[in-house]
Design a binder for this molecule. Structure first.
Ligand SMILES: [Zn+2]
Length: 426
């Protein structure tokens, strides 16, 4: 498997992901998505939204505030339960998560640890000018609670009937004791989450439905089965609200760890947020109750990471590196080159093709160096096709289209370029 540092350096060199605040020495495992990284990430989010919101009758989306009333976190149990055991080295004062240590001495200096204490992972700040207890608020540690808090507003305004889901993509914040492994664990991260509301007796059926949906989603990212493992989380290890949880784990270069999760949260959350009366009324029977919830959760950043890890290819024979991204996820769909940058006719013709195609697709332009070098540069960022305008193009209005994965070239008429690309993006 690819070394994680190979991916980190490619991401930096080619504008996918940079260390956050780098010129100031960085900031505790924060990362910035660069020009190509934001395209890849947006493509993943848009694909998810299209698939799970737009293409379904039983789903609507929301985009809620990052900072919610602290009572939300009281009701959800996060203020009490959302913590990790923290220990500190008595010698060098490094801090660790006690449940992640293999030995009972400091990995840095061999020093002794303090007694573990529970450290709440909620990221705290203050609203308003006074930094006092009454103004304490928290950045949301998950997007989920907004779907519960807004449940009644959504159900009433959209006239949704069970089963239906509420989807959201957005940032969440966790004050992790030890973040790390590139974008795998960050204090600020992004989630794609669905709360799917069902009748209690139907929960197993819809749990299985979402298990299937999560499996097929991985195919969209180009992630094969080989490094994916589904782990049934046993009693006692599950989150406090969950009656069944399946974790999708992936074999990262730094070990097998969580990628996505699917949980049956019962009606725990709705009961806590609506203690005085059921938030749902069946339009036919008039029966009022607290629906049960199936929750599939996808990390956006982890989706980007596994997409990059699976796409990374080294062609030792041709001495090239390429990202075999599914074309629909690639930052640029196509690159356009004039064969020679100093021939105005070639440049003008290439520019015309570039201007036409970019109305429909993200297109790269490159006229530096020789064509071979331009191919390699596009390969490294996963551009599926490179179009070269040569002297024959001026005569018969055809161009060469070179395939990223095979390196093979075909001649395509300029008029056919749009359908050629479009039909390969599905
Ligand atoms: Zn130490």
């Amino acid at each position: 498997m690819t070394d994680i540092n190979t991916i980190i350096s490619l991401c930096k060199r080619r504008g996918f992901i940079f260390p956050g605040s780098e010129i100031y020495g960085g900031l505790a495992n924060s990362w910035d998505y660069g020009p190509l990284g934001v395209e890849l990430k947006n493509n993943i989010k848009q694909l998810w939204w299209r698939r799970f919101v737009h293409e379904r009758d039983d789903m609507v989306g929301i985009d809620a505030a990052l900072i919610m009333n602290p009572k939300v976190w009281e009701a959800s149990g996060h203020l009490k339960e959302f913590s990790d055991p923290l220990v500190e080295c008595k010698e060098c004062h490094s801090r660790f998560r006690a449940d992640q240590l293999t030995e009972n001495k400091c990995p840095n200096c061999g020093g002794e640890f303090t007694q573990p204490k529970q450290f709440n992972l909620m990221l705290k700040t203050y609203l308003g000018p006074a930094e006092e207890k009454a103004n304490e608020v928290y950045f949301r540690p998950e997007t989920a609670q907004a779907m519960f808090v807004d449940f009644k507003n959504v159900a009433d305004s959209m006239r949704k009937r069970l089963p239906f889901g509420i989807a959201q993509i957005g940032k969440a914040f966790r004050n992790e004791i030890t973040p790390g492994n590139f974008i795998f664990r960050m204090r600020e991260f992004e989630q794609m989450e669905i709360e799917y509301f069902v009748r209690e007796e139907d929960w197993q059926k819809y749990f299985d439905h979402w298990l299937g949906e999560m499996r097929s989603w991985l195919k969209e990212l180009g992630v094969g089965d080989a490094r994916i493992h589904e782990a049934e989380i046993p009693d006692g290890d599950r989150a406090h609200y969950s009656k069944r949880t399946v974790d999708f784990e992936y074999e990262y270069p730094f070990g097998q760890k969580e990628l996505y999760g699917l949980a049956y949260r019962t009606n725990f959350d709705l009961k806590n947020h609506f203690p005085d009366g059921a938030p749902y009324r069946d339009p036919e029977s008039g029966e009022e109750f607290w629906p049960h919830v199936i929750e599939p959760t996808w990390g956006v950043d982890r989706s980007v990471l596994v997409t990059l890890l699976e796409a990374y290819q080294e062609d030792t024979e041709k001495k090239r590196v390429y990202l075999k991204l599914p074309p629909k996820l690639a930052p640029y769909k196509v690159a356009v080159f004039p064969l020679l940058a100093n021939k105005p006719d070639l440049v003008a013709k290439a520019r015309e093709i570039y201007d036409t195609l970019r109305k429909k697709f993200p297109v790269a332009w490159d006229d530096r160096g020789n064509v071979g070098k331009r191919y390699y540069a596009q390969d490294e960022i996963g551009t599926p096709w490179c179009i070269t305008v040569d002297f024959q193009s001026l005569e018969d209005s055809t161009v060469t289209v070179r395939d990223r994965d095979t390196g093979e070239q075909v001649r395509v008429s300029v008029a056919d370029l749009d359908p050629f690309i479009s039909e390969r993006l599905v």
